[in-house]
Design a binder for this molecule. Sequence first.
Ligand SMILES: Nc1nc2c(ncn2[C@@H]2O[C@H](COP(=O)(O)OP(=O)(O)OP(=O)(O)O)[C@@H](O)[C@H]2O)c(=O)[nH]1
Ligand SMILES: [Zn+2]
Length: 320
Amino acid sequence: MNGLILSGSKNVFEVECDDGYIRDCAIKGKILKASEGYYNPLAPGDIVTLDDSTLEDDKGMITDLVPRKNRFVRWNIKKKEPQILAANLDYLLIVTTPDNPPFRPRFVDRAIAQAEYEGITPVIVCNKYDINAAREEEFQDRLEVWENAGYKVIRSSARTGEGMEELANLIENHLSAFVGQSGVGKSSIINVLDNTVVLKTGSLSQKYGKGCHTTTKGTLIHLQIDEALVGGIKGTTANIIDTPGVRRFLLNDISPENLALYFREFVPFIGKCNYGMSCSHTHEKGCAIIQAVEEGKISPLRYDSWMRICEEMKSGSFED
Ligand SMILES: Nc1nc2c(ncn2[C@@H]2O[C@H](COP(=O)(O)OP(=O)(O)OP(=O)(O)O)[C@@H](O)[C@H]2O)c(=O)[nH]1
Ligand SMILES: [Zn+2]
């Protein structure tokens, strides 16, 4: 039988099995090959195979991992290992705010780059759009820069409901993961999309005798989207992985030399510099990327962001 990983830590995983039961499962025998070198072997969104012969009503053993479509990974600076936050995603919803917590465009740019690297579609959800700081020019400019580069930006407020229909229509029938700093409003958004979710997770925990909803680990949640958000249609669902709020988001598996490949609007110019692929795009004469910045084809804000992320990767020191 197969199952879907809802949550888990290093050893025990909550698996929603094809027969509808949710079981606590450990991995049978050695670690899974596909996950060697990672902090966690499995993540919410993973599909696994269970050992039929040892299956109990509430327990089981994981024998295999069904190959992933993609996975969203971050470098876990404390554990010094890459950490898989979610697997098999359709969208990565990068939640940010104009203020409170402070706007961190580079957090968003890093998350976009990592999503591009993994082949996941990133979407920027600018929550708390109701607050005054959202009116500031610098902030508005950034949102436009992302839009001009080809990314979808949803201006949302869990407080006023703005943008919630747009978000609901995007995520319906898909699997998406939220990433963002702590306090940007991920849980609040989920509660607006489905105001029964708290109740539902509560009864689920009760049924299985444990409190499974902590914010320290990612959890896959089945949403029944509020019908008012989807044109009055009942029974619209979406799957969401709520990842723990992170203060910093560090890139994994991407080198400073390759970073430009994951800045979408840089790609048409890569390889066209006078020094070809050995160009560092920082000072060289005849650099196609610098020229694109000068001609307004690449935003100076994104170029600056790219340069700072390159520098922090080389130096190993991170500001925000
Ligand atoms: N003004 C305003 N406040 C909001 C909005 N969304 C959330 N908040 C507030 O922001 C605070 C943090 O919201 P949460 O939903 O707990 O944030 P979170 O991203 O889930 O935080 P973590 O669980 O720590 O990762 C709460 O006090 C919310 O009431 C919004 O759209 N506008
Ligand atoms: Zn160049």
